[in-house]
Ligand binder design. Structure first.
Ligand SMILES: [Zn+2]
Ligand SMILES: [Zn+2]
Length: 248
């Protein structure tokens, strides 16, 4: 009897389920093939709180009100991150959490097949990524073994596929420590939790001129992305940007 880690088994069952009952929208569980061009139905895509480009200039956090472009949010002023600037695609509300959940815990890569539709709803993100090297935030090898995939790597490849020529995905970072989950930690505890948790993979050489964009699924306080950015800045990368799908 082959024993599979729980997450992998769930992923396998999901892939089989998708094969037998194709195309159900993971957000509203609406009927298959409601919208033949998208994985998530268009009505649900319209419900996602897509971030418009006038947020915090450091992390991309949406700020309500007019004309915040060029200002930084309270979180960034407090933690002064190493990265130059950031973007996120959507606010992590109930709908968006379902998208992340579907990718990360159910292993449904098909959700990312809607990337073109996501980028159409987030003006400026294509330009932000154009010509950059995309570096996914790595998982620790233990987590990688149990999950079977790195969702940040999936996201980076989905973005590259959509942005096209001039953008590449390079997996140069490794997670040295298997850090506990950050869900219940506050800003400072998160920072301490991921401090020195990342490093360049041995034997990696990385040139400094190309802008780098670190890619993650979720931006909460930015501690993980900041810790990764620090490694790249210290290794001589001139400009490190960050992008996460969800903010919250
Ligand atoms: Zn739907
Ligand atoms: Zn900010």
């Amino acid at each position: 009897m082959i024993s599979l880690p729980k997450v992998r088994l769930r992923r396998l069952l999901n892939v089989m389920g998708d094969f037998l009952f194709p195309g159900n929208c993971p957000v509203c569980e609406g009927p298959p093939y409601q919208d033949p061009n998208t994985y998530v139905c268009e009505a649900c895509l319209d419900e996602v709180a897509w971030v418009q480009p006038n947020g915090c200039k450091r992390c991309g956090l949406p700020m309500s009100g007019l004309g915040f472009e060029g200002l930084t949010c309270a979180g960034c002023r407090e933690s002064d991150p190493c990265f130059h600037s950031g973007r996120c695609l959507f606010v992590l509300d109930r709908t968006a959490k379902k998208l992340i959940h579907e990718i990360k815990y159910h292993g449904v890569r098909g959700v990312l097949g809607d990337m073109a539709h996501w980028l159409d709803r987030t003006p400026g993100v294509r330009e932000f990524l154009q010509g950059s090297v995309l570096v996914p935030v790595p998982l620790h090898r233990k987590r990688m073994r149990s999950r079977g995939f790195n969702q940040s790597s999936w996201i980076a490849h989905a973005l590259r596929k959509e942005i096209g020529a001039g953008t590449e995905v390079v997996e140069v970072l490794e997670r040295k420590r298997d850090t506990p989950t950050q869900t219940r930690l506050d800003r400072w505890a998160r920072k301490a939790n991921v401090k020195n948790a990342f490093a360049l993979k041995p034997g990696t050489s990385f040139k400094g001129e190309t802008p780098v964009v670190l890619i993650d699924d979720v931006f909460t306080t930015g501690a993980t992305l900041d810790s990764c950015a620090q490694v790249l800045v210290e290794s001589g990368i001139d400009k490190v940007n960050v992008l996460a799908l969800g903010h919250g």
